[in-house]
Design a protein. Structure first.
Length: 373
């Protein structure tokens, strides 16, 4: 996050690092990096450097009935999996947390915030946002993903439930576009934008439900997935490529780690299949790309329906909402599709829509599948 949380005293971080991790005389510097968690660089008296990740538990809630205690439990499972991947499966590219003296990977600083401690990794991002600057590094990342997807850590992550967090709030927002969102500088702008796209968004949600059913019907394909293995989370270091930011790890279909790189270059799927020996499922690619769009849209609307200020983070959120909340432009094939039986011999590029569920397109786009997919 770009903005340091005003309701969290740095002394609580320093005390936890000393009391639970045993690192004394910690000097802290806030790092305005990433988008989703808060980060500090900690310098210790013995010269070691630590990377502290603090999560806002309110932002991790999945529904109106969810609790911050449950959010803590999910984060603990995720980071424990990362530690097991590195320690038990010997995946040296996993930047795992340092366990505290009690063996736990996470501590709760306050009712709202939790913290994880990592060793500081001296490296640089391999690209801007999710796109890699060097194709060879992207291909190397695909090899790392194949190794991850074949790993069986002792600590198992939570299984994907194929649901979009806070979907209830998204649907509620879609029903409130006739009201005034007097919640802050972006409230009315967000409401007006949603009003324009609410109809297309409703159709997209119908398609999403259908795709979710198809992907969930193949549980034998579930593997350990990172969730966001883009260039922003892959560091170039003297020891090789390192994968950071494991809070989103889940047991899920492998396409959860592939949809983004496939959207940039479909040849990545051929490389992944060649290394892993696994075929790629087009429904799953479409599902996870659509999940991400809906997750982003719902999260930003949730922010702007509540009281908010004009900060670097809310400005970034508004830019992101405008990017994702254009369903007709981002999903033209799915929103134009009608339920019809695929024509035999219609070619790999033909949009296949199953007659069993009206309006549900099975392809993530209208590009042909890679060889072996």
């Amino acid at each position: 996050m770009r903005t340091q949380p005003p309701d969290l005293a740095e002394e609580s971080l320093r005390a936890a690092v000393a009391g639970l991790w045993g690192f004394e005389s910690v000097a802290l510097r806030y790092l305005p990096v990433g988008f989703g968690s808060h980060h500090w660089l900690a310098g210790c008296a013995d010269g070691r450097r630590l990377f502290l990740t603090v999560d806002d538990l309110d932002a991790k809630l999945l529904s109106g009935e969810d609790t911050t205690d449950s959010a803590v439990g999910r984060l603990e499972r995720a980071f424990a999996t990362a530690l097991s991947l590195r320690r038990d499966c010997e995946l040296r590219f996993v930047v795992a947390p340092i366990p505290a003296s009690d063996g736990r990977v996470l501590t709760r600083l306050t009712e709202r915030y939790s913290m994880v401690v990592h060793p500081y990794t001296d490296g640089e991002q391999t690209g801007t946002e999710s796109e890699f600057d060097v194709r060879a590094e992207r291909d190397a990342m695909l090899t790392l993903l194949a190794a991850l997807h074949s790993a069986r850590p002792d600590a198992q992550p939570i299984t994907d439930n194929f649901a979009v967090p806070n979907l209830d709030e998204l649907r509620a927002a879609m029903g409130e576009t006739g009201q005034i969102w007097d919640t802050g500088p972006y409230g009315e702008r967000a409401r007006a934008l949603l009003a324009v796209h609410a109809g297309a968004l409703a159709r997209l949600l119908t398609t999403f439900d259908c795709l979710a059913g198809r992907v969930a019907a193949r549980p034998e394909r579930m593997v350990v997935t990172h969730g966001e293995p883009g260039a922003h989370n892959v560091l170039r270091t003297p020891a090789g490529l390192m994968l950071v930011d494991w809070d989103s790890v889940l047991l899920a279909a492998p396409e959860r780690d592939l949809w983004d790189v496939a959207a940039q270059d479909r040849s990545a799927l051929t490389i992944y299949s060649g290394v892993s020996g696994a075929a790629v499922d087009e429904d799953a690619l479409a599902f996870y790309r659509m999940w991400y769009d809906l997750f982003e849209i719902g999260g930003y609307l949730r922010l702007f329906r509540r009281e908010h200020d004009d900060t670097a983070d809310t400005a970034e959120s508004w830019r992101n909402l405008r990017h994702f909340l254009q369903p007709a432009a981002r999903w033209p094939a799915q929103l134009a599709a009608r339920p019809e039986r695929a024509t035999p011999g219609g070619g790999l590029g033909a949009l296949r829509v199953r007659t069993a569920t009206p309006g549900c397109a099975s392809r993530g786009d209208d590009r042909p599948s890679p060889p072996g997919a």
